[in-house]
Design a protein. Structure first.
Length: 254
């Protein structure tokens, strides 16, 4: 069974450490900084084997070079980002497979937040490491891609098994939830979920991971087909992409 640890760093980032106790291999996902990773590796007597980057932003790759220099690990990221990922050894594309011991991750291309964003789905371990494409009750800003690209990327993730655990790279949940309530105020599950989330954050606990099932019920960027949401934002007869684009615009101004 895959061991998954999450390390809160910077203001609101999460680095994930994945360890296979059978092979002894360890992966760091989106290491913003190196030292917290090195500390946990030392505490557990683990050796870093791989880095998996979802995209090129500095708060996801900032620890790459130091970790690679000190551990000799292999850096894996999207091929189209090959000139923007520090220390990249292996570029991957949609449908490629990454192994951690006998644990298999499928690479899914998810452009939108950036043009080269990828996510890693460990199907047998029920885990998705999605960087800044999907957040708990949110999605990434469209820095390099279009609303249509991001909508299509999220459609891919919506089809994953409902029990899939979502490990996103930021703790944005409270703000995302407050926004979600403005576009779908009568969503009972959303209101109930916010009560839990507010309690977690009051105790300084993470709201991650979420699940696909929870996101389908409460994430406005998964719910462009909701009539109540469409009525609230006055987009009843618009296409799904148009509705998604308007939700994203409203969130950007929130």
């Amino acid at each position: 069974m895959l061991t998954i640890l999450h390390l809160p760093v910077l203001n609101d980032n999460y680095i994930y450490l994945l360890h296979d106790p059978v092979s002894g291999e360890t992966t760091a996902v989106d290491p913003a900084v190196a030292q917290p990773v090195l500390d946990v590796l030392e505490q557990n007597n683990w050796q870093l084997t791989y880095i998996l980057n979802t995209h090129h932003h500095p708060d996801h790759v900032g620890g790459n070079l130091e970790l690679k220099q000190l551990t000799g690990c292999t850096v894996i990221a999207g091929l189209s980002d090959q000139h923007r990922i520090p220390g990249l050894d292996r570029g991957v594309v949609d449908g490629d497979v990454v192994m951690l011991g006998k644990h298999t991750a499928k690479v899914i291309s998810t452009p939108g937040h950036t043009s080269g964003h990828v996510v890693y789905h460990f199907a047998d371990d029920n885990a998705l490491f999605c960087g800044d494409t999907l957040f708990v009750m949110g999605c990434g800003r469209l820095f390099e891609g279009t609303a249509e690209q991001m909508w299509h990327s999220l459609q891919k993730l919506k089809t994953l098994p409902s029990s899939t655990q979502i490990y996103c790279a930021h703790e944005y949940t409270q703000t995302n939830g407050r926004f979600a309530l403005t576009v779908e105020p009568d969503n009972r599950q959303l209101r109930q979920r916010m009560e839990v989330i507010n309690q977690l954050r009051a105790n300084r606990l993470p709201t991650v991971p979420s699940t696909i099932e929870q996101e389908l019920a409460t994430n406005p960027f998964f719910r462009e087909d909701s009539l109540t949401l469409r009525e609230t934002i006055k987009m009843v007869n618009k296409t799904p992409v148009e509705v998604f684009a308007e939700i994203r615009r409203l969130k950007d101004c929130f």
